[in-house]
Ligand binder design. Structure first.
Ligand code: ARG
Length: 574
């Protein structure tokens, strides 16, 4: 089933084509009617005709009677389209009978590699990683729902010169102590202590340098100690992932170290292609089009002057691996905006070297910052970076208190389950409902509010509908006859419901989960108005009761599915 926008657009396109080939209908949702097409304006200009006349011609040629009840030319030449109730109610019935709720499977199944989360070993996962983890996870769910083959890649920072000092520090404090510190997520303290020793003590520095060499040359004992650091950190990350309820597993962890054996070939192949330039002892590629403020060309440093490979080299190897070995059609990097230039340059070099063919797209899905209520970088009360486990525990605790206040009867397992769903959901929703390229303020009161565009509001809307069905002891079998749409609120709700697949498509298209949250919020508010003016269980007659139950059931299913695509739970009761 094609979504309404696509269906209307196709019909309009052929009508425009019959007037003059190739014109874009410029169709969008509209407050006036349901949709508005503004393409007649540009076309009229091209043809040198009055726009209203062109619009009239398009309307006369358009085959829309099965979709629209009214098609009118207004203003300077806009075409206003109002869908017919018969169409809307038929679509509701079709959606309702479809376990995918009208969302089509992608025409072409792609292999999409999604690189997200990517915290660093022996360093606290900071709130930036939280954002990437939440957004990346929602994108994976959306892509999978669209039928794509998704390969998750958790590109953790598990390699590089700091490991010399980290391993030496581990040796100094003893493995058991180290493990104890790491497992409780005291990663920053561990890192800081290592750094302090490194700064203070020449002998420690020397040992650290030797350790890096041993690590690189594959010395078994050094490798074992390195593994301890990696494993304990990953164990901590897993704890955060479990609390968050994200899809990432240990199988998705493919850290920087994985690409080590491929780095020499990156350098050799770039050299063989004549792309490498030596600059102050470093091996660099200067991709065209990248300059600094002074207008000088910017390098991608593939091999540093000390012989070490850096972050860009690893990402180049990763592109090759993902294209050649994983068969990626698309690679998404869900990483903060700070790294925009890094990715642009890596993509440019990979394209130059022929590693990123034109058939494969690489996209930096960037995101902005989470701020504290003081509008500065989010920090804990003591000024340290915020520990994610603590943050999520606090979310659950606060949600529990909020539920207990609202529904004093709730307790036991129900309360525990609802607190988790609501607390973690609130954190995720606050993030996903902000356009990803914008900063947002991490504000407990706002994200946990039961009113407004929040996770709890949507989860409650869903649970409330489910409770109607429990109270009425009705069980709406999926599908059934199309609902009768009489009241304006019934029609408005049907219209919203039918927009679900458009919202999913918009979210996928822009890698913007906020497109979906915006839709779900509108759906929930439309349902609230409907529910206020259209009694369901006590509807005036059997047909209206049935119709309203169909609408309510579909609303709950769309909410639950939509929240699921965002990685949020939709409890049946709260
Ligand atoms: N570990 C990096 C960081 O914390 C993010 C890695 C992102 N992914 C990548 N392929 N570079 O900033």
């Amino acid at each position: 089933m094609a979504d309404t926008h696509t269906a209307l657009e196709a019909r309009l396109r052929s009508a425009f084509d019959s007037v003059a080939p190739g014109a874009d209908p410029v169709l969008r949702a509209s407050e006036r009617a349901d949709y508005q097409a503004n393409g007649a304006l540009a076309l009229a200009k091209r043809l040198g005709l009055p726009p209203r006349q062109v619009a009239e011609q398009v309307v006369a040629a358009a085959e829309l009677s099965d979709l629209c009840e009214r098609v009118e030319v207004s203003g300077p030449g806009f075409i206003n389209l109002t869908l017919s109730d018969t169409y809307l109610s038929g679509e509701v019935a079709t959606m309702s009978a479809d376990h995918r709720l009208g969302v089509p499977v992608a025409g072409r199944t792609e292999t999409v590699v999604v690189d997200y989360s990517a915290p660093n070993v022996a360093k606290e996962m900071h709130v930036g990683h939280l954002r990437g983890t939440i957004i990346g996870d929602a994108l994976c769910r959306l892509l999978e729902f669209a039928g794509h083959r998704v390969i998750r890649r958790n590109h953790i920072g598990d390699w590089g010169t700091p490991f010399g000092m980290l391993i030496e520090h581990l040796v100094d404090i003893g493995e058991d102590t180290a493990v104890r510190e790491l497992v409780v997520g005291d990663l920053d303290a561990f890192y800081r202590q290592a750094w302090v020793a490194f700064e203070a003590d020449e002998a420690f520095r020397e040992r650290s340098r030797r350790r890096v060499v041993l690590l690189q040359s594959g010395d078994p004992e050094t490798r074992r100690l390195w593994r301890v650091l990696v494993d304990e950190s990953v164990r901590y990350f897993d704890e955060v992932y479990a609390k968050l309820g994200v899809l990432l597993t240990d199988d998705d962890v493919v850290g920087e170290s994985y690409y080590n054996p491929m780095l020499a070939a990156v350098v050799d192949d770039l050299a063989a292609q004549g792309l490498l330039v030596e600059d102050e002892g470093a091996q660099c590629v200067f991709p065209p089009g990248f300059t600094n403020r002074e207008g000088e060309p910017l390098p991608v440093i593939v091999r540093k002057s000390d012989g070490g490979f850096g972050y860009p080299a690893t990402d180049l190897a990763a592109v090759r691996d993902r294209v050649d070995n994983l068969g990626a059609d698309r690679i998404l990097y869900v990483v903060g905006t700070e790294q925009a230039q890094h990715f642009q340059m890596v993509f440019a070099v990979a394209a130059l070297a022929g590693w990123l063919p034109g058939t494969v797209s690489a996209v930096h899905v960037s995101f902005a910052h989470i701020l504290g209520t003081d509008h500065k970088k989010l920090r804990s009360r003591t000024g340290e970076s915020v520990k994610l486990v603590g943050l999520l525990d606090e979310a659950v605790e606060r949600a529990g208190a909020a539920i207990a206040e609202r529904e004093p009867g709730t307790g036991g397992d129900d309360l525990a389950r609802a607190s988790r769903a609501l607390g973690v959901g609130a954190v995720k929703y606050a993030d996903l409902s902000t356009e990803r390229t914008r900063d947002y303020v991490f504000d407990w009161d706002r994200m946990l509010a039961f009113e407004g565009n929040t996770g709890p509001y949507l989860q409650y809307a869903h649970a409330r509908i489910r409770s109607i069905f429990r109270r009425g002891e009705v069980d709406v079998a999926a599908g059934g006859a199309p609902p009768t749409l009489e009241a304006a609120e019934e029609r408005a709700l049907a219209f919203r419901l039918v927009g679900f697949s458009e919202a999913v498509a918009a979210a996928l298209e822009s890698y913007g989960p906020s497109k979906l949250t915006g839709y779900l919020f509108e759906l929930a508010t439309t349902f609230t108005s409907f529910y206020e003016s259209c009694p369901i269980l006590r509807a005036p007659d059997a047909e209206r009761r049935r119709s309203r139950l169909v609408l309510a059931d579909l609303t709950a299913r769309v909410l639950a599915t939509g929240l699921g695509l965002l990685g949020m739970e939709a409890p049946e009761r709260m």
